[in-house]
Design a binder for this molecule. Structure first.
Ligand SMILES: Nc1nc2c(c(=O)[nH]1)N[C@H]1C(S)=C(S)[C@@H](COP(=O)(O)O)O[C@H]1N2
Ligand SMILES: [Mo]
Length: 432
């Protein structure tokens, strides 16, 4: 069910083993967490009392708890209630507000997921520092002008939070999960323009021995409400992905990146969980030993009954979803022909089919697709519906992608509520 490939799991075991022998670094990850991962992976037989593994710079506890702020307070752009639902430091796009927007999501409508607050960065003095033992000639800095002078690439891709649609674990499956209770609006698609990360790494002098890169943001350190300081937002990425299709994006939909979406430069890791696309990029460590951060150990793995106790391998690709561009509990008049619209998207392949049920799943009809599907982008669809019977109804949509995968009826639960992919049962009311 987790679509983590064999090689990614094998790589994860390999890097755990390297941590044990002092060949991998895990600054900012509690040593106990590393030992737990090792024990559970069967790499060490039990949690040892005195393990001669390197001491990870344990997350420092005890910093002052975050002051309570109004929801959305750290976000710069306007967050009108008809476009956004606020969850703490984050703003979710109302999915119905996407109706009428095109293949790309205007910045005015694009969701914001901030661990802290949007920093204000001066592009003129900004520099990206590339450093680490995975470079052949020492650290290198790039100004924005230097990045812009590299061959530019434009890509249409969605950024979607790993926890998008998390709230449906609770409302549809009666499973409590931890984390921001997103509906389906923790996603947006844009044209991203920037330099290839591979070009920048090669110019910086990439060693053939490099295995991981770790991009890090310039936003504040992430301190939880109970005072644990996880440091700056950062997450390692295998060099294979870094050299494949990752951009250092400086433009979104044809304009400089807006402050909330990573100005002046963010990473864009197509098809991967949103956390991979680090905003407000400050530095990238290039390492010949595997790297860990809390964002690939405690966070962004699947934990729960169906998973090994050390969790799945770190999440990489997003999953498959579809949704109606309708408010929850929308009121639709009976005996009127309505044009129902929605979107479907997959990280694995093009969306090839969307089926819709207006009778709670008893019968299905094929929706019309309005875009040529592409992996890592979305496809708009529509279907007419003339409801007859007044009263509550459930609308379902079910997408299939070019790998042959179809949305399941339920998602195998995981404690942090990631990668929900089940068919949504969208409640509406038909009015006489
Ligand atoms: N520096 C930094 N990068 C970050 C984050 C963050 O809080 N700080 N949030 C991540 C997460 S969890 C997601 S889902 C995406 C959200 O991108 P957006 O806010 O542009 O929609 O950014 C990622 N990059
Ligand atoms: Mo996210």
């Amino acid at each position: 069910m987790t679509r983590i490939t064999e090689s990614e799991s094998a790589y994860d075991r390999h890097r755990l083993g390297q941590w044990l022998t002092g060949e991998a670094r895990a600054e900012g990850v509690g040593r106990r967490d590393m030992v737990r991962l090792l024990a559970a992976a069967g790499i060490v037989s039990a949690v040892p009392v005195a393990l001669s593994a390197p001491t990870a710079g344990a997350a420092s506890a005890g910093s002052a708890a975050r002051p309570v702020r109004a929801a959305g307070a750290g976000i710069v752009k306007p967050l009108p209630p008809e476009l956004f639902t606020l969850h703490g430091t984050n703003a979710e796009t109302r999915f119905e507000a996407l109706a009428g927007t095109g293949l790309t999501t205007p910045v005015s409508h694009f969701f914001v997921r901030n661990h802290t607050t949007t920093p204000r960065i001066d592009a003129a003095s900004w520099k990206l520092r590339i450093w680490g033992d995975g470079l052949t000639g020492g650290a290198r800095q790039f100004t924005l002008a230097e990045l812009r002078s590299l061959p530019p690439v434009t890509r249409t891709a969605f950024v979607e939070c790993a926890g998008n649609a998390r709230n449906y674990f609770k409302t549809q499956q009666n499973q409590p999960v931890a984390g921001t209770p997103w509906g389906t609006g923790a996603i947006g698609a844009a044209h991203w323009r920037g330099a290839r990360l591979s070009d920048v790494l090669r110019r910086a002098g990439l060693s053939t021995r490099a295995v991981d890169v770790m991009p890090r943001g310039l936003d504040d350190e992430y301190v939880t409400s109970n005072g644990t300081n996880y440091g700056r937002v950062r997450r390692p990425m295998p060099i294979s992905k870094a050299l494949d299709d990752v951009l250092l994006a400086y433009e979104m939909n044809g304009a400089p990146l807006p402050p909330d979406h990573g100005f002046p430069v963010r990473l864009l890791a197509p098809s991967w969980v949103g956390i991979s696309s680090i905003k407000w990029l400050g530095d990238i460590e290039v390492s010949t030993v595997p790297l860990y951060s809390p964002w690939n150990t405690d966070f962004y793995r699947l934990y729960g009954d169906a998973y090994p106790s050390e969790g799945s391998a770190p999440l990489t690709r997003q999953t498959l979803k579809s949704a109606f561009e309708l408010p929850w509990n929308a009121r639709l008049s009976a005996h009127t022909r309505h044009r129902l619209t929605g979107r479907a998207w997959s990280a694995d392949g093009a969306v090839t089919r969307v089926e819709v049920s207006t009778d709670g799943g008893a019968s299905w009809r094929r929706a019309r697709l309005h875009d040529t599907g592409r992996r890592g982008s979305w496809t708009r669809w529509s279907i007419p519906w003339t409801p007859r019977k007044p009263g509550p109804a459930e609308l379902l949509s079910r997408a299939t992608d070019s790998t042959g995968r179809t949305q399941p009826e339920t998602t195998v639960p995981n404690t942090q509520g990631y990668l929900f992919d089940a068919v949504l049962r969208h409640a509406v009311t038909v009015e006489a």
